[in-house]
Ligand binder design. Sequence first.
Ligand SMILES: [Mg+2]
Length: 259
Amino acid sequence: MGKSKLMLFDLDGTLYLNGVLFPGVIELLEKLRGAGLRYAFLTNNSSIGPTDYYHKLKDLGLPLTPEDVFTSCEASSLMLKTMGIGPEIYVLGTDKFRQFMQSEGFVHSYENAQALLVGFDTELDYRKLTEATRLVLRGLPLYASHPDPICPVDLPDAGLLLAYFKAAKPGTIVQGIAGKPHRWIIELIEKRFQVHRSQIIMVGDRVNTDMRFAVNFGMCSMLVLNGNAQPELGDVKPDYIVPHINQLLDQFWPDNLAW
Ligand SMILES: [Mg+2]
């Protein structure tokens, strides 16, 4: 096999939708494994941590190990630690995201928070929104696990909250974003798998996160449409555009493309 060593898959919209796998996904992973090409899974979703994601994928029938999974939760921890933020932070996120950050040494606090970290909060309520708003009005630095405004299937996501906070206090700047298309996850992946970014094939369904992430860091980029119309590409030019994920089994199979 060519220079590629790792196939990196986005999850939502790429391998499944609404919790249902697209046809051919398990066969594809088994074929990759048989060919000796490693694969890993990457999601910007920060509503559950990597261990929960591992179990979720296992339950779907995907062949994987816990170390094959990356989420924007780990990226958030690495970003804040590298930037010297914390340990007291306000985590606007689910209980699972708060627990994950706690397991990484952060302390969720309203009174003593040094920064606000915004995640995909599927448990958002008025009290949390009020607390976070007050912290922004107080001028606390704002960070996010990822930038997506809407996640499949039309659920309001972290990026919409960032827009809300910018409206709450004009001039508010987001100081750091952890997930795709930013650099933190790629550093985790390179370290864990001992690969260079140029040896990674990034497979995803979103132009502004998955494909921009691949292009930003010199990975091979593969956009899968899975039945959707081709989205606006703008300045992002994917190396390959694949109508359905199961076509990676044949005409878009890495050997066929001489990777
Ligand atoms: Mg996706």
